[in-house]
Design a protein around this ligand. Sequence first.
Ligand code: XMP
Length: 507
Amino acid sequence: MHDTQHVAVLDFGSQYTQLIVRRVRELGYFAKLYAIEDFPDIGKPGAIILSGGPRSTSEPDAPDLDFAALDAFGVPVLGVCYGMQLLNIKFGGTVEASDRREYGPAALYPTECEGLYEGISSDSQVWMSHSDTVKIIPDCGKVIARNQHGTPVSLQWGERFYGIQFHPEVTHSHEGLRILHNFLLSCGELEPFRIEDFKREMIEGIRNTVGDKQVVCGVSGGVDSTVLAVLLREAGVNVRAIFVDHGLMRKNEGEEVRANFHRMGVPIETVDASELFLGALEGVDDPEAKRKIIGEHFIDVFWNAVGNAEMLAQGTLYPDVIESASNAKSKASKIKTHHNRVDRILELQAEGKVLEPLAELFKDEVRELGASLGIPHDILWRHPFPGPGLAVRCPGVITEERLHIIRECDAIFISRLKDHGWYDKVWQAYAGLVPVKTVGVKGDERSYEWAITLRAVVSEDAMTADWVELPPIILRETSHRILNEVKGINRVLYDISTKPPASIEWE
Ligand code: XMP
């Protein structure tokens, strides 16, 4: 899909690479990420961006690319950080390796006020994250911006090749988006990114792939699987939407999901497999083991429930695809196994039995797609809920008692957010259990009970997140109600960790 005149982003492994793709799409152009190993198999791009990366160009096995092939595309190229250093070497310059890291803000002083830096102010804040720096600039290169110390931070080689040492894709680079836009404006006709076009192509792609096969689709009530189910129905696919209750749902979740699908006119079947899941999870406390068990049982339950279904559709999104460690080409280090990428699914994928039509979209783009499919606002703006459910909010072993506590606390917290008009302002919120007993006083008695943690974050696509400064009244009411109404809890904590270094979920 969309491989002509798009913006190809080559991944050298920076934690910000996905953001480059996102920003380009925000600017209205279609962008796609490629593993560097796939180069030069990147379709027919109208522009190429080389991402940053954690390595040093001086390392013997540092990621490299075939420069002749890059040049042969004949399109503008922007190298970011590692990408810039690599380009400087390719043009005959040098890079100085360093053990010292420059991380944080710097001031940008463009030496040219056109091209990349048209309309960019002097002293604009940019975000640095690098160790190596360019040293000798080749004859064909010129400095187009410096930092506050006069050090070159942006170069141009010839007419088509640009380099920037800082990260224009992060919001800490105040005019980064404009710099990216200036680059894209220099690229001639690029393919626009419009959700309506995307929807049409997706529907056509689904029809071609599926034909008259029956597709099983797991729905959880979350945005991704809901949009997926409605999209499949819109494509006229013979689809069975199945809601698996794995016993790790929030309070009243099953009823709410059924009511929502009823509202949208999409029939769903419910499979109550909670006993199976909770049985399999009994005594398991390792986070990765829990995820694996849940992921594998999920598939079993599906295939058992549907018998002869010929395909499985899942609402995997672009960040899941990239972040997933089982994407063998990804250079991102393994953090968690995504439940959409367990071994069984990879096997099914190899057999061509998995359909992932949303795999090129970011979350906000999925919401846009959902809106264009007529899905009601409150369903589209439900907070994300992870596939493994409350399991990832229950560190240690999972028991009915622990789940009950989490459900009650979570329901209280969410109701406080809704009543005070904060639910829609927060990207995701939940209560999780801290299974550590501490001493307290209840009535005149000593208590020795667990703590509950409240988490509310704002985020863009969950890659980074910041905790929310909720009005104290919400925290106070939530704490008061939990301590009075939920047996087994004598302490309420508010999680003030950013991601990174914490993740949004506890496991
Ligand atoms: P973390 O905890 O990695 O979460 O910061 C990022 C976002 O992803 C959700 N999440 C998942 N969603 N399957 C999902 O569908 C999963 O296995 C999974 N793990 C985390 C999490 O709720 C947050 O929105």
